[in-house]
Design a protein around this ligand. Sequence first.
Ligand SMILES: Nc1ncnc2c1ncn2[C@@H]1O[C@H](COP(=O)(O)OP(=O)(O)OP(=O)(O)O)[C@@H](O)[C@H]1O
Ligand SMILES: [Mg+2]
Length: 219
Amino acid sequence: MLDLVDVSVEYGKHNKVIPLTNVNFHLEPGDFVTITGRSGSGKTTFVQVCGGLLTPTTGRVMFRNTELHKLNDTELSRIRNTSIGFVFQSFNLVDYLTAAENVSLPLVFSNTPPSERSERAARMLNAMGLSSRTDHYPGELSGGERQRVAIARALVTEPDIIIADEPTGNLDFETSRTVMEIFSEIHRQRRTAILLVTHNPWIADFGEQKIHIIEGTLH
Ligand SMILES: Nc1ncnc2c1ncn2[C@@H]1O[C@H](COP(=O)(O)OP(=O)(O)OP(=O)(O)O)[C@@H](O)[C@H]1O
Ligand SMILES: [Mg+2]
C-alpha cells in the first residue's frame, strides 16, 4: 500500500543535516508498526515523508502505485484527507475552532453532510473521554486533552493508514493505555495500517513490527 524507495532527506546548505539516508520501507493494509529511536534520529522526518507531508530530497514514495510527489496539491490533499490520518507531534489544532469543530474539519473537506459530521466528531471525542470538552477551544484544554483531540481528528475519517507521531507523549499511563486500546481496536476491526512513533517501550510492544531508527537509517 505504501512504499518508500531509496528515500533520503537533506536539510540546509551550510549546516547540512541528513535525517534520512537511503530508506526503504513497505507498509501493507493491516500492518501495525511502531518506531523508536533517540531524539533527533529522524522519526518525525520519516513519518512525515510516509504521510506525504515532506518531499524527500531523493527517492520515491509510492501510495497504491501512485508516486505521491508527482501529484498536484489538490490530488495530494485528497489522498491525505481520505486515506491517511496524521497525528502530529505538535498537535496542529486550529486555535479558533472548538474541539468538536477541529475533529469535524477533515469531514468538511470530504463533503460529509453537517449532521453526520457533528455526530461522528461527538462519537470520536467521547471515545477519547472528552465529551465534556467538545465546545472548548484548544487554548482552554490541557496538553493531554489537546493531544486526544488531535487523535480524534486523525481517526474520524476512518483512514486506511494512521500515522501518529508520539500520540501519547503528553498522556498519563491510564490514558495512554486507553488510547492504545482504541488504536488496537481500529486496527483489528478495520485492518487499518498503523505507523506509530513512541519513546515508550511498552507502547512500542503494541507493534507487530518494530523499527528502530538510528541516525536516519531503519533497523
Ligand atoms: N526543518 C528542518 N531544518 C533543518 N534541520 C531539521 C529540520 N527538521 C528537522 N531537522 C533535523 O533533522 C534531524 C531529525 O529530526 P526529527 O524531527 O526527524 O527527529 P525525531 O527523531 O523525530 O526527534 P524527537 O524524538 O526529538 O521528536 C534533527 O537533527 C533535526 O535537528
Ligand atoms: Mg519527532
